[in-house]
Design a protein around this ligand. Structure first.
Ligand SMILES: Nc1ncnc2c1ncn2[C@@H]1O[C@H](COP(=O)(O)OP(=O)(O)OP(=O)(O)O)[C@@H](O)[C@H]1O
Length: 212
């Protein structure tokens, strides 16, 4: 289970008298939960806290009973697809995905073949050797999802993962994410598009945030 347990957070510089957040939600292993709420309620903030990109002022995040608090982002059992994809423009598509598997790109032949096959699975067959800088927004988004899906981490944090996709590619990525869930991954989804939430989420959670 992924437990967000009274996690307290306020952005640096936010005056102490203004309201911060107290996040609380539990997500079962293998579940896909959509966090929903009005713009600005803290959905992306919570994903950044779980990923370890922001530091809470109190409370805890536990995965299978172990606190993630002491772990830096790269040691957490988490992989992310965020709105800004941070692909390295000067690297190829395959290298960008490979970096998610090994920081020095020390990949086996089998892993390079997996990357090639995964790209074919999202309509990007033949794109492996292209520089990321030459991709459209929707293509970049698909590369980012492939990179996340190939990583072994059990928790996938998805912040608007379908941005910029046409209907065909949206359906393809929905299928890939459903497959990941059936393989046992735990998905936390933030999407303004109800089609994604309906296609993917087991339940929508609206009461994950409270005033602190
Ligand atoms: N780095 C930051 N410093 C200060 N305030 C921030 C920072 N990032 C976000 N905020 C504020 O925190 C609030 C929550 O932002 P967040 O992006 O988590 O909301 P959200 O629920 O994901 O919104 P949306 O649905 O519009 O994407 C917003 O009011 C936002 O302006």
């Amino acid at each position: 289970m992924l437990e967000i347990d009274d996690l307290l957070f306020r952005y640096p510089g936010q005056p102490a008298e203004t309201t911060g957040w107290r996040f609380k939600v539990s997500i079962q292993e293998g579940e896909c939960v959509a966090l929903t709420g009005p713009s600005g309620c803290g959905k992306s903030t919570l994903l950044n806290l779980v990923a370890g990109f922001l530091t809470p002022a109190g409370g805890d995040i536990r995965w299978q009973g172990q606190s993630l608090g002491p772990l830096p982002p790269w040691e957490r059992p988490v992989t992310t697809v965020f709105q800004e994809q941070n692909l390295f423009d000067h690297l190829t598509v395959a290298e960008n995905i490979g970096l998610g598997l090994h920081p020095g790109l020390g990949l086996s032949k089998t892993q390079w073949s997996q990357i090639k096959a995964a790209l074919e699975g999202v309509n990007l067959g033949g794109f492996g050797n292209r520089k990321a800088e030459n991709l459209s927004g929707g293509q970049r988004q698909r590369v980012a999802v492939v990179r996340a899906l190939l990583r072994p981490q059990p928790i996938l944090l998805l912040d608007e993962p379908m941005t910029g996709l046409d209907d065909e590619n949206r359906a393809i990525l929905q299928g890939q994410l459903q497959q990941a869930r059936h393989q046992g991954k735990t998905l936390v989804l933030v999407s303004h598009d109800s089609r994604d939430r309906q296609a993917l989420a087991d339940r929508e959670v609206t009461d994950f945030y409270h005033a602190w």
